[in-house]
Design a protein around this ligand. Sequence first.
Ligand SMILES: O=C[C@H](O)COP(=O)(O)O
Length: 261
Amino acid sequence: MTTRTPLLAGNWKMNLDHLEAISAVQKLAWALRDAKVDPESVDVAVLPPFTDIRSVQTLVQGDKLPVQYGAQDLSVHDAGAYTGEVSGAFLSRLGCTYVAVGHSERREYHAETDEVVRAKVEAALRHELTPILCVGESLDVREAGTQNDVVLAQVRAALDGFDAEALDGLVIAYEPVWAIGTGKTATAQDASDMCTGVRGALEEMFSAEFAAGVRLLYGGSVKPDNVAEIVEHEDVDGALVGGASLDPESFATLCARAVGK
Ligand SMILES: O=C[C@H](O)COP(=O)(O)O
C-alpha cells in the first residue's frame, strides 16, 4: 500500500518579487484553509526566486502557515569566489525544505549537464535539502519514441554513486520539455507510464523499498482542470506546477482537486 504523501510544488520561476511573494503566500494559506486542504495529508510547497525566500520564511515561520518552501536552484559549491551563485548552506539557513535541481530551463539556458545536475543533488544533500530532481525529454526525443531511454538515463546519471540512505526523501519530477508552459500536457497515461518506468529504474539501482518511498511528480501545463486525472495514477504522487501556481487561489484549487476535495 502506498504511503507517500502527495506533493504539489509551485515553481514560480522568475515571477513575483518579495512583496508580491508575501501576499501570494498569505493568500495561498487562506485559500488552502478555505478549500479544506489538510496539511497532514498533503504537502503544498512554493519555490520562489532567491530574493523572496527570506520574506517567505519570515511569514511562514512567524504565522506557522501550512506551506513549505524551497529554491529553484543551488550552487554545486558551498562557499567561495563564485559570483552570483547561491549556496545550499544559505538555503538551509533560510529554512528551505526543497530545492529543484536540473530543471529543463537550467539544462537548456545554463548548459547544465548531467554531471552538474548530479553535483547539485550532492550539494543539496550535504545541506539537508530535499532535491526535486527534474528530468524530461525534448519534443524531438518524444517524436523519435526514445523518451524512456533518455529520461531513465537522466535519472541514472543524477543518482549514480549515491546510497539509498543518503537519498532518503528524494523527489523526482518528470517534466516533458514540450509540455512546459505550452498548454500541451502529456496524457495522464504518458505521465503515469514514465513515472512507473522511473520507479522501476530506482528499484534496479537501489531497492524496491527505496523506490516505493520516492515521490514522483508530473510537471508540464498542470492546471486545476487536469490535475485530478494526472495524479489519480498509482505512481504519480503530485505535480510540479509553473504558471498555474502564480495565482494563489487557483493553485489552492489545484491542490484541493489533486487530493479529491
Ligand atoms: O517547474 C514547472 C514546470 O516547468 C511546468 O511549468 P508550467 O506548469 O508552466 O508548464
